[in-house]
Design a protein around this ligand. Structure first.
Ligand SMILES: [Zn+2]
Length: 85
């Protein structure tokens, strides 16, 4: 799988943790994103790719520069590479 910026993983983890409950084991809670990534990294990666594709279709993410359009550092790829409009 591709490597993404730390910020991209963080955004994905935040999205998961907003949607999923924490996991409690032995009285200790773990973020769902961490549990998922550690127990089934392939499914985690596949889902992340799907999520990023969806965002890219909505022009909220650019895979060329691995940047979210809502992030502080705006994508500065030529329009041709980042999708028109
Ligand atoms: Zn870009």
């Amino acid at each position: 799988m591709s490597d993404y910026k730390r910020a991209t993983y963080d955004a994905y983890d935040d999205m998961i943790d907003e949607c999923e409950s924490v996991v409690t084991v032995g009285g200790i809670t773990y973020p769902a994103s961490l549990v998922w990534q550690r127990t089934d990294p392939i499914a985690y990666d596949v889902s992340m790719s799907d999520w990023l594709s969806e965002l890219e279709a909505n022009e909220e993410y650019c895979h060329v520069c691995d940047t979210f359009q809502w992030s502080v550092v705006y994508c500065d790829c030529p329009d041709a590479e980042c999708g028109d409009e």
